[in-house]
Write a protein that binds this ligand. Sequence first.
Ligand SMILES: Cc1cc2nc3c(=O)[nH]c(=O)nc-3n(C[C@H](O)[C@H](O)[C@H](O)COP(=O)(O)O)c2cc1C
Length: 201
Amino acid sequence: MSKVKVKNYNDFCPQQLFLYGTYREDGTPNFGLFCWFSYLHAPELKDEGAGMGVMACIGGEKLTKDLIRKNGVFSANLVTEELLPLADYYGIVGGREHEDKMRFSPTVEKGIVLNVPTIAESPLSMELQVFQEIHLESGSDVFLCKIMGETMREDLTDKDVPFIDRFKSVNQVLSGGEMRYVSMDGRDLGAWGEPMKSLKS
Ligand SMILES: Cc1cc2nc3c(=O)[nH]c(=O)nc-3n(C[C@H](O)[C@H](O)[C@H](O)COP(=O)(O)O)c2cc1C
């Protein structure tokens, strides 16, 4: 099969979705949906457990970015199929523009190490502390972070169960391309803005 020259976005290079959690000034949580997220090594991390940190690219000015800058900390909660309607809503509805954004809420817990809101229904939550912000262009910034704490669904730590079985039990959601959500086993989970329609007000 020959290949053709294309101008691609990131279609066919799917990315996992995370809900970033921050506290507003009044102590209430805010969540936003993000996928431009990956791992990194840096000298600042050499004394940390696995020596590994994360990078989060946030485009545009938005409440999550305001609060990350103000607090210096946030959580990243892995999105599953169960969480998708809520995650989709948090990706479509802006916190700056909608005071009542959090009228739909997961079960919010406090981080084990940092003062960040985490999501009980998410199988994996990271507590992140920013050690550098890189300004790329107007509205586009990358936050380099230390992983200060991490919690995981207990059954996922049971090494007597083969990794692949634990992995499949997570039911992660990918942002697959063409502004659609896909499951890890290749099912279409709808276009951005569709899953949120099942939320009841
Ligand atoms: C599938 C999906 C993925 C997204 N990924 C990102 C991302 O990686 N970076 C970003 O800046 N915004 C991303 N967004 C947009 C934010 O979720 C959106 O701006 C949201 O309003 C942020 O919440 P906030 O306004 O409460 O901060 C994504 C939206 C969707 C639907």
